[in-house]
Design a protein around this ligand. Structure first.
Ligand SMILES: [Mg+2]
Length: 359
């Protein structure tokens, strides 16, 4: 063995020892706080600061008096926790599911990971951190984008769902293939389950593409019923929220395989304006073709969704049509608008931008 080879060999041994020492050091660090899971195995939920916390007052100061006053205001109230925002109960419910998963699978990293995605100033970050600690939220990953679009970061974190108050950012995320929605605060407060995460989805243009919605809007209901009958065995294409339902299903199955089906802390609902007899079969067959279960499927045949959602009490309800979002929030449901598909051009069945009539 030459002198150089010997030296290289020795260096490698030292490196190995360094690695081992570093690993042992981290393994010995005792912490009561569970560590965040790896992004590749986690189900990552990115929430903005204005969805997690109620920052209406703060936002008003920012808009009326500018950034400097806004930062000063937040610094002054640094030790005063922010109030709950629309995503708060949802985030708490995600944490409940995580603690059940940790009991059943202590070594698994298939958990929800909550990332705070904010374009806030770093000085406001202290108030956010203080608020997160005040409420004992397990949020370790922060993305402070300094005003830039979060979409690049959402991809890097392999985000499964992004919730924001800013429809432009949500639109951009959806265009990039990320499940995303604009969150709305309900008009009244509803008591929500603390032991079960309850998620409700609209069907067309949310779980499914808007291919059938286009027919309803452009050709009317009779044509739509004909179309759905003719295509009953052809699965609908996937919509922007399908992947999130899939992620929920993956976690549900972890409970089922431990005989916890009846006691599963995740429950999913389909709340669609479709009618069961004339257009319901295609929806159920599509879900079946994807290998996805939904716990409860509710076909409303055009009836308003609000009163039913009031009974379901979901932590979040996704819909592509603003008038369903309005109906949901009026009855106390936390609703998330998915700005996708032909529905964006309509309000209550009427085109929003009518072409100007020629004089
Ligand atoms: Mg829809």
């Amino acid at each position: 063995m030459s002198g150089t080879e010997e030296k290289v060999g020795r260096r490698r041994d030292e490196e190995e020892q360094d690695w081992e020492a570093a690993k042992a050091f981290f393994n010995n660090m005792k912490s009561k706080k569970p560590r965040p899971p790896k992004p590749s195995t986690a189900i990552t939920i990115a929430v903005s600061s204005r969805t997690l916390f109620n920052m209406v007052e703060e936002r008003k100061i920012y808009e009326d008096e500018g950034l400097e006053k806004y930062v000063a205001y937040n610094q002054q109230l640094e030790d005063q926790p922010l109030k709950h925002g629309a995503a708060f109960p949802f985030v708490k419910a995600l944490m409940t599911v995580n603690s059940r998963l940790r009991e059943l699978y202590p070594d698994s990293e298939e958990l929800f990971d909550i990332v705070l995605m904010t374009n806030n100033h770093a000085q406001v970050g202290v108030r956010l951190i203080n608020s997160i600690n005040h409420y004992d939220l397990l949020i370790e990953r922060f993305c402070m984008t300094g005003g830039k679009s979060p979409v690049g970061y959402l991809k890097a974190y392999m985000t499964n769902l992004y919730l924001s108050k800013d429809p432009e950012k949500v639109k951009e995320a959806i265009e990039q293939g990320i499940a995303a929605a604009t969150l709305f605060t309900p008009g009244k407060k509803t008591e929500l389950s603390e032991s079960q995460l309850r998620v409700a989805f609209d069907g067309d243009a949310v779980l499914f593409s808007d291919e059938s919605e286009i027919i309803v809007k452009q050709q009317g209901l009779d044509q739509f019923f004909e179309h759905e009958k003719a295509n009953v065995n052809k699965p609908l294409a996937q919509g922007p929220l399908k992947c999130f339902l899939e992620a929920l299903g993956k976690l549900q199955r972890k409970f089922y395989s431990k005989n916890e089906r009846m006691n599963c802390p995740i429950r999913t609902f389909l709340v669609t304006a479709r009618s069961a007899a004339s257009s319901g079969a295609r929806v159920l067959k599509t879900l079946r073709s994807w290998g996805l279960e939904i716990d409860e499927a509710l076909f409303l045949a055009g009836a308003p969704k609000g009163p039913l959602l009031e009974k379901i009490k979901p932590h979040i309800f996704f819909d592509d049509q603003i008038f369903h979002i309005e109906g949901a929030t009026e009855t106390g449901t936390i609703a998330a608008h998915v700005p996708y598909g032909i529905g964006q051009k309509y309000h209550k069945g009427k085109l929003i931008e009518q072409p100007e009539k020629q004089k």
